[in-house]
Design a protein around this ligand. Structure first.
Ligand code: HEC
Ligand code: HEC
Ligand code: HEC
Ligand code: HEC
Ligand code: HEC
Length: 468
């Protein structure tokens, strides 16, 4: 058979003909898109998905169709067609073999390039955050506003090494299908039970034993009165860390010399039992929630989990915040002018109301605030229109960073376990109601975790002392 008849064979059956056409078109398209990318024209994330996922998939599909068609064509010429005899003494066979070899090399190069680039594309924040827009919008939006905006989704959700890579790509493929078919739950459930242990993700960048010591935290809030009076809470956080050979303070929980496990419901909000194992001496201490010890239903149900960073820092990246925190921060950073009368009280009303979508929220917040000043403070409305407008924008931004009606995510959908204000957090264990059989409870003493140097004071003395 000559080179010519080799191509003739490819076109004999409609399936191999279609396969050849698809593979050729995909190869040309791929090489074209790849050269654009190599020239630095990266474009939208969708182009990456098209070039390195969809086009290569079509290419492989084409390649698979060719042999199927060839076999069918052969079957059509007789049920028991003999296998071809490959005789390298014939010039035609050698030619055909060379063509086959050259095409295979081209194919392998295309598939390899595509795989390499596909992996790169899937690791970008754009792919994770934007490719399925509405689904990841809450996490992606909060991520961009947080401390980890310069890291990548995959640094926490996949981490280094091949094992988790494959695992997450498999579950990722299912996620793509579920997004395409609208099967995903809204809101996306939390906690993530299959999250890779923090030891292998967070600890690539953070050292848990690092001694942080005491950290001063100043929390600024505003009252709902006419002047939106400013109040400050000053806490000395006992973050601690490793001191000498033993650790102390809040980061004591993740000291490598012991492990803490706990048994809880699936939401991790209700904790039945806590267990600490000293890895040096082997001593084990157990604390039981009231009633969990005596063989009731709570004595055996639940899921065990070893405590790591994420049990406290469960929102290191997608930190959704309560409305009060959003407004207070906007006032503190002067995006909302505090001297607008009752601006905090009115702002709270407006951003906690229900809106159907972003546009409705933007308009209603602006209208609501403007109307309040027109009705109650006409001079303010006339003189300070620009400030009122800026305040409305800041309020809307606070709303839009936390509320996603399409995903049924609203204020408080995702609890934050740091602290005990927004959700039970530390008090899931530190509630004086989890105790050892001897009756020693996990402490709720305020001084265990922080010294309260000032509590909602207008002019805390401690701050005057620190910066006179
Ligand atoms: C600094 C680490 C970190 C980064 C970076 C990060 N995440 Fe997460 N993410 C987490 C943790 C931790 C959880 C699990 C919280 C839990 O299980 O309680 C989580 C949970 C989620 C969830 C489940 C729903 C929820 O909010 O709990 C989604 C969806 C998600 N992340 C998407 C993303 C996307 C998209 C990006 C990139 C834009 C990203 N994450 C970047 C740490 C991170
Ligand atoms: C790729 C590196 C990287 C990974 C992985 C990572 N972080 Fe971070 N983390 C950072 C950087 C960078 C900052 C910002 C430091 C700054 O703002 O000074 C930060 C800041 C923080 C902060 C303090 C800032 C704040 O107010 O939120 C906490 C807490 C934190 N990370 C926890 C975590 C946890 C928990 C994980 C694992 C789920 C994690 N990080 C994974 C790089 C990383
Ligand atoms: C028992 C709960 C808990 C655990 C477990 C925990 N942290 Fe923290 N971490 C805290 C609290 C509380 C703070 C202080 C937050 C504040 O200032 O309001 C903090 C502060 C931090 C900070 C900021 C330190 C600074 O310089 O201000 C980083 C970074 C951090 N943690 C990383 C981690 C990492 C990484 C792990 C896991 C190895 C971890 N944490 C485990 C509760 C915890
Ligand atoms: C899963 C349960 C659990 C959660 C959640 C938890 N802790 Fe603890 N914590 C413990 C246990 C158990 C001890 C040891 C109590 C004892 O030895 O009496 C402890 C001890 C401590 C100590 C004393 C450490 C030392 O120096 O000896 C501090 C400080 C502390 N926790 C802070 C926090 C903070 C802050 C949070 C929330 C961000 C938190 N814990 C959340 C279980 C928990
Ligand atoms: C197990 C540790 C722990 C105990 C016990 C504890 N706290 Fe806290 N508390 C925290 C942490 C962690 C934060 C910081 C939360 C954050 O970073 O936003 C906090 C924050 C606060 C704040 C500031 C909240 C805000 O946003 O305005 C106040 C006020 C406070 N605690 C009061 C108390 C009082 C009063 C007690 C004693 C009944 C107490 N805490 C016991 C861990 C604890």
């Amino acid at each position: 058979m000559s080179v010519k008849s080799f191509f003739a064979a490819l076109t004999r059956h409609p399936l191999s003909l279609t396969g050849t056409a698809i593979a050729t078109a995909a190869a040309i398209l791929f090489l074209f898109l790849f050269s654009l990318d190599a020239l630095g024209l990266h474009g939208h994330p969708y182009i990456g998905i098209l070039s390195y996922l969809i086009v290569p998939a079509l290419f492989v599909l084409g390649l698979v169709l060719i042999p199927i068609g060839l076999r069918r064509a052969r079957k059509r010429h007789g049920a028991a067609a003999p296998l071809p005899v490959i005789d390298f003494n014939l010039e035609a066979t050698r030619n055909r073999f060379l063509v086959f070899l050259a095409l295979t090399v081209v194919n392998v190069v295309i598939v390899a390039l595509a795989t390499y680039k596909a992996v790169e594309v899937m690791d970008t924040t754009a792919f994770c955050g934007e490719a399925c827009h509405s689904v990841m919008a809450p996490e992606h939006t909060a991520f961009q506003r947080g401390a980890h905006a310069s890291t990548r989704c995959v640094d926490c959700h996949i981490g280094p090494g091949a094992g988790w890579f494959v695992k997450s790509k498999l579950s990722g493929s299912w996620q793509v299908v579920s997004v395409a078919l609208n099967l995903y739950p809204t809101p996306i459930p939390t906690p993530v039970h299959s999250l890779r242990p923090a030891r292998e993700t967070c600890e690539q960048c953070h050292w848990p034993q690092k001694f942080v010591g005491d950290r001063l935290r100043v929390i600024t809030k505003y009252d709902d009165d006419e002047a939106s009076t400013e109040r400050k809470t000053v806490l000395l956080m006992r973050v601690g860390g490793l001191v000498g050979r033993a650790s102390q303070g809040i980061h004591w929980h993740v000291d490598p010399s012991h492990t803490i496990r706990y048994r809880s419901d699936a939401s991790r909000e209700t904790i039945y039992e806590v267990e600490m194992t000293d890895l040096r001496g082997g001593e084990v201490v157990r604390w039981y929630a009231d009633g969990a010890e005596e063989g009731g239903a709570e004595a055996t149900t639940g899921i065990w989990r070893t405590m790591d960073c994420v049990d406290c820092h469960n929102r290191p990246s997608h930190t959704f915040r309560p409305p009060a925190v959003e407004i207070d921060e906007a006032i503190a950073t002067a995006r909302i002018a505090r001297d607008l009368p009752y601006v905090r009280r009115e702002g709270m009303k407006l951003i906690t109301a229900d809106y159907a979508d972003r546009e409705a929220a933007r308009l209603a917040i602006r209208d609501g605030l403007t109307r309040f000043y027109v009705d109650e403070y006409p001079e303010v409305a006339a003189d300070r229109a620009a400030d009122i407008d800026a305040a409305a924008t800041a309020l809307f931004e606070g709303w839009a960073g936390n509320v996603f009606p399409g995903m049924k995510v609203s204020w408080g959908t995702y609890p934050n376990h740091i602290g005990h204000e927004q959700a039970p957090g530390c008090f899931r264990c530190h509630d004086d109601a989890h105790s050892t059989p001897e009756g020693k409870a996990i402490s709720q003493d305020c001084e265990t975790c922080h010294s309260i140097l000032a509590m909602e004071e207008v002019e805390p003395e401690i701050l005057a002392t620190l910066s006179p």
